[in-house]
Design a protein around this ligand. Structure first.
Ligand code: PMP
Length: 444
């Protein structure tokens, strides 16, 4: 054996050549390396006593789901601790095909029309990587779930933004997420021969807007006319209120063939940490998602997939019945939404009533005296306000500007987003903070 002296090892470690000097960052990461979540999650962890920021429930998933997980984890079938089928655990893709086949009114093949992913995040990533070429345009409706823009860019595509524009509510009434609408002519003007896809998110994070049939038909007609794909992020599909209906764009005329529908067990069963998501669509599209999935994550946790399969089995049996979790969860959340609406309205932080999701956007204009505007600041007002609020009031929320592209961040910069998928005690604590704040503001 060749003896390597200690001094040789030390010298080679310290030599200037050992230190890398070439740029390490791939070009595709330019401009997307800053992320608001990293900053706001850290602020919430450091300062918040009441966290209505990031979107996750602070209540447990339903008992039947937890029990299914425990059974899968500690049962006889030790193979559940090993890899399963890469494109989705067979019991899960089978039940998803049955369940969504029923909702979409078509026969779905579990092996080719469904693919399981590591949360809806990875489903989105697979879509952009599979469909978007260098220079392709992808239409994104603002405000949007923030990862769409960097994911399009990482795939080499060009995001093209179109905004939901608010209409003033009737005198004395609170605004609703339904008051935020697309201008049909503006939307049509964004489609061109370079457009490869549009991203639709209904119910929409952050506004809670549930797109109406007319709005979806407008989008569908443009997709068909321009031969464009639709990536439909429907992770909040069960969370619709006041008797509203969630309509799946894949069920509209001409859309099945060009749509990938994305769902999430994290949102459907209040278990965001499990990271089980899925895509449903025609094999013509899903075959390309499988290529990306095969060569990136490839596989999702088997035990979690087994438990989610059992959760869906139960939900299929109870479909439309009062005991169904997909009926009970929105009922409970609607009540939580109403509590938060009341708390915010009472102190003058005007809520925009969401028709769906577990988010609520509120207008902070009346609180501007607490955090004065800094003209020419590069940071949008709502972002400075949200930081001030968590540091000084212990209440965490997310600025609406986080859901706009760089050029539009100052268009609607006096709103913040709250998550109301929280225990009664958390919402009560938020109410206490708001009441005390209002009292301090108004008392001499
Ligand atoms: N889409 C939207 C609109 C979301 O709000 C989220 C989660 N915040 C996701 C996708 C990601 O879901 P998952 O946790 O299943 O990856």
């Amino acid at each position: 054996p060749i003896a390597i002296s200690k001094s040789f090892k030390l010298n080679s470690f310290l030599s200037p050549q050992a230190k890398m000097s070439r740029p390490v960052q791939a070009r595709r990461l330019e401009g997307i390396d800053k992320n608001i979540w990293v900053e706001f999650v850290k602020l919430a962890a450091t300062y918040s006593t009441v966290n209505l920021g990031q979107g996750f429930p602070d209540f447990p998933p339903p008992d039947f789901l937890k029990k299914a997980f425990v059974r899968a984890l500690s049962g006889e079938n030790h193979m559940l601790h090993q890899y399963t089928r890469g494109f989705g655990h067979p019991p899960l893709v089978k039940i998803l095909a049955q369940f969504f086949g029923k909702l979409l009114g078509r026969d779905l093949d579990p092996m080719t029309n469904v693919m399981v992913t590591v949360g809806a995040y990875q489903a989105l990533f697979c879509c952009f990587q599979a469909f978007v070429d260098e220079g392709d345009e992808v239409i994104i409706i603002e405000p949007f779930f923030d990862c769409y823009e960097p994911m399009v860019k990482m795939a080499g595509g060009m995001p093209v933004f179109v905004q939901l524009r608010p209409k003033a509510p009737k005198d004395g009434q609170l605004m609703s997420s339904a008051d935020w609408q697309l201008d049909p002519a503006e939307l049509a003007s964004k489609f061109s021969e370079r457009t490869k896809a549009i991203v639709l998110n209904s119910p929409n994070n952050p506004l809670g807007k549930v797109f109406s049939r007319e709005e979806l038909e407008l989008i569908a007609d443009l997709c068909v006319k321009h031969d464009v794909l639709c990536i439909s992020d429907e992770v909040y599909e069960w969370l619709v209120y006041d008797g509203k209906e969630h309509i799946r764009i894949a069920s509209l005329q001409g859309m099945w063939d060009r749509t990938v529908t994305i769902g999430s067990a994290g949102k459907s069963f209040s278990a965001t940490g499990w990271k089980v998501g899925w895509t449903v669509g025609p094999n013509r599209l899903l075959q390309h998602l499988r290529t990306v999935h095969q060569n990136s994550a490839y596989h999702c946790a088997t035990v979690a997939q087994e438990a989610v399969a059992q959760g869906f089995q139960r939900e299929l049996e109870l479909y439309g019945k009062p005991e169904s979790y997909f009926i009970q969860l929105p009922k409970e959340l609607q009540q939580k939404r109403d509590w938060l609406v009341q708390s915010l309205d009472a102190v003058g932080m005007k809520p925009i009533i969401p028709e769906g999701t577990y988010f609520l956007v509120a207008d902070i204009s009346e609180f501007k005296s607490d955090v004065p505007d800094v003209p020419d600041s590069s940071e949008p007002y709502d972002s400075r306000f949200a930081k001030w609020m968590v540091k000084n009031k212990g209440l965490a929320a997310i600025p609406l500007s986080a859901f706009y592209c760089g050029a539009h961040k100052n268009n609607y910069n006096h709103f913040i987003r709250f998550c109301f998928a929280k225990e009664e005690a958390t919402l009560k604590a938020a109410n206490d903070v708001l009441q005390k704040w209002k009292w301090e503001k108004t008392s001499p």
